[in-house]
Design a protein around this ligand. Structure first.
Ligand code: ATP
Ligand code: MG
Length: 277
């Protein structure tokens, strides 16, 4: 599926052979599909208009399409195009052959440090690209990360992403576990929310659960986030703790910038080419 064609061509369901289901989301299902002319394999996400309208997420979907279709990065899932009929909206997505990172994490409970450091390095590269384009993701978590052919990380799901900067964004969105203090407290936020979430992700990859999770209540998690009540298990290396501690900082401006994440000893140790252009 050449991108020039994807940009201009008006797709319809008859362009695809639809195969087995890949998964089911909040809105609709995802199927493996093959574009008939090129034999190109894609993931076709099918959403029901009625459900989108009912949940009042049409605007959000529009934004997701608008943002994701303009992004080109090896660690960001491509959105090749979309089309619709009377009842459904179809998104033509890059197929992430190795599936969800979340499933892999649950399977091995936690990732060895080298593997986690490689994912965090890829994630950092993708975030540098996004922030350069003034896109903040705001919903980084293992459930929204897929894996490509070589096991490379692919950010999917731009449902909560926004173009920054924008004055006041006080809506509470995303999963509480990954939200920074400025968002749980309903204050202004900017692209530095993604630095916090990167720290949470790093912790969850290495420990198996996010740092502020509190099974007792939503309110308890909220309090732990606002206090940055961070505790490390004994097995974590000093380097890994250091990086996480520099990202999970209450004041957004004090969090380690992405360029310095790439230079961090823990990332460098496990990714010899981390800071290469
Ligand atoms: P939602 O986005 O509605 O909050 P979700 O992320 O669980 O929920 P989808 O994005 O619709 O749902 O995807 C459902 C599942 O299908 C995913 O969890 C994943 O297992 C699979 N899937 C989705 N997109 C792809 C893809 N591009 N390649 C491979 N598998 C995919
Ligand atoms: Mg999703």
């Amino acid at each position: 599926m050449a991108s020039s064609r994807a940009d201009e061509h008006r797709w319809s369901l008859s362009d695809f052979d639809v195969g087995r289901p890949l998964g089911k989301g909040k809105f609709g299902r995802v199927y493996l599909a093959r574009e008939r002319k090129s034999n190109y394999v894609v993931a076709l996400k099918i959403l029901f208009k009625s459900e989108l309208v009912q949940a009042k997420v049409e605007k959000q979907l529009r934004r997701e399409i608008e943002i994701q279709s303009h992004l080109r990065h090896p660690n960001i899932l491509r959105l090749y195009g979309y089309f619709y009929d009377a009842k459904r909206v179809y998104l033509i997505l890059e197929y992430a052959i190795k599936g969800e990172i979340y499933k892999q994490l649950r399977k091995c409970e936690r990732f060895p440090e080298p593997r986690a450091a490689q994912y965090i390095c890829q994630m950092t590269h993708a975030l540098i690209y996004l922030h350069r384009k003034h896109v903040i993701h705001r919903d980084i978590k293992p459930e929204n990360l897929l894996l490509g052919m070589k096991g490379e990380l692919k950010i999917a799901d731009f449902g909560w992403s926004v173009h920054a900067p924008n004055a006041r964004r006080t809506t509470l969105c995303g999963t509480l576990d990954y939200l920074p203090p400025e968002m749980v407290e309903g204050r202004d936020h900017n692209e530095k929310v993604d630095l916090w979430s990167l720290g949470i992700l790093c912790y969850e990859f290495l420990v198996g659960v996010p740092p502020f999770e509190d099974p007792s209540s939503y309110r308890a998690t909220y309090k732990r986030i606002a206090r940055v009540d961070l505790q490390f298990p004994d097995y974590l290396s000093a380097d890994a703790r250091d990086l996480i501690s520099r990202l999970l900082i209450y004041t957004p401006e004090d969090r380690l910038p992405l360029s310095q994440v790439l230079q961090h000893p823990w990332i460098q140790r496990h990714n010899p080419d981390a800071a290469a252009p």
